[in-house]
Design a protein. Sequence first.
Length: 461
Amino acid sequence: MSTDAVRTKTADEAVGRRREQRGWYFYDWACSVYSTSVLTVFLGPYLTSVAEAAADPDGFVHPLGVPVRAGSFFAYSVSLSVIVAVLVMPLVGAAADRSGRKKPLLAAAAYTGATATTGMFFLDGDRYLLGGLLLVVANAAQSVAMMLYNSYLPQIAPPEERDAVSSRGWAFGYAAGALVLVANLVLYLAHDSFGVSETTAVRICLASAGLWWGAFTLIPLRRLRDRRSSSGEHPGEHPNTSLGRQPTATGFRQLAATIRDMRRHPLTLAFLLAYLVYNDGIQTVISQASIYGSKELGLGQPTLIGAVLLVQVLAVAGALLLGRLARTYGAKRTILGSLVAWTVTLAAGYFLPAGAPVWFFVLAAGIGLVLGGSQALSRSLFSHLVPPGKEAEYFSAYEISDRGMSWLGPLLFGLTYQLTGSYRDAIISLVAFFAVGFVLLARVPVRRAIGDAGNPIPTRI
């Protein structure tokens, strides 16, 4: 092949890669609205109010005959959704790597979540069980879809581009969240002008997130392309095994094989352990912040929406800023710096005075500046630790670390409230997740971990 032909082929590959990357960004644009409008802002306080409407005189609801304080129902539902996701993700990850067909699985997970979210329009009165069911389905589906989405990163971006590509994806997501949240804020504050009640306005905001999720998922589904696994047969797989036969048994066999394979990469596991710990703190803050603000600090819904909107806007800048810092100082050092910032911010959150929205906005600003960057750089750093050809399997383990232990924070939060009746007592426990995560991550030699995984080592990591 001539030099000109090689250059032409390289240029064509670069154009195709950029097109895939732009399509990939749009899944963050599609699904992040669920995380922002539904999980972070509206559903927590609203589902709690629905549960309180169904509660007995002592303030308890009784799902399946189990007494649960109404104020803890949302947190417990989040925990249950994560457990469901943990059971499903390894099966889907194994199927994706085995077949090389991630897009149909991504579509199925995304539209399951979008449909459940749209169905939240019918959550009213005392239908707290319906709300819990829809939350479990939507949240678990989002986790599965994000696992598949993340597994595309090492395939669409070479090592030197991954920090930037991952950061842009997060920035797209936070920009979409901010845009839709502005529309939500207008509808919520001016609901009388639109001829709807406050409750109906909240239900419309919830359902619109599902419609947005479903509509914009079409873009990545058109632009991303499936690739056959380059790793050959998986351990323990008979060459004549059909994916269509006994998928559950096959999935669990593959999960066991993946776990055995990951034991050959102990430094990758060490990173996952660190990420599991500090990300639990991040996910708990995301899901419980509106509950803390409304119930403990006595802040109104407009203040909470404004604070989350501030987080979204600053998270775009924060993700891009930390991406730039990573190019200078390396992803690991930048993540460690963000964990210090998380620790300081959350410790300050414990002392916030009730009824003082200005200080709540200050706290939101601190969270926004580190939120997107810490998550984006964690994703790109892990992509260097994945053996080639096993992206979906390893990202299922990553997503389990992302979501799989994130039931612990909400569970602890809910239990603390159930025992003490104070959300303020629960918030201080989250500091430990960031402190312990810092220590564990600092002990991981990432350059050696990348080499052990069989990947090229970037100049700056």
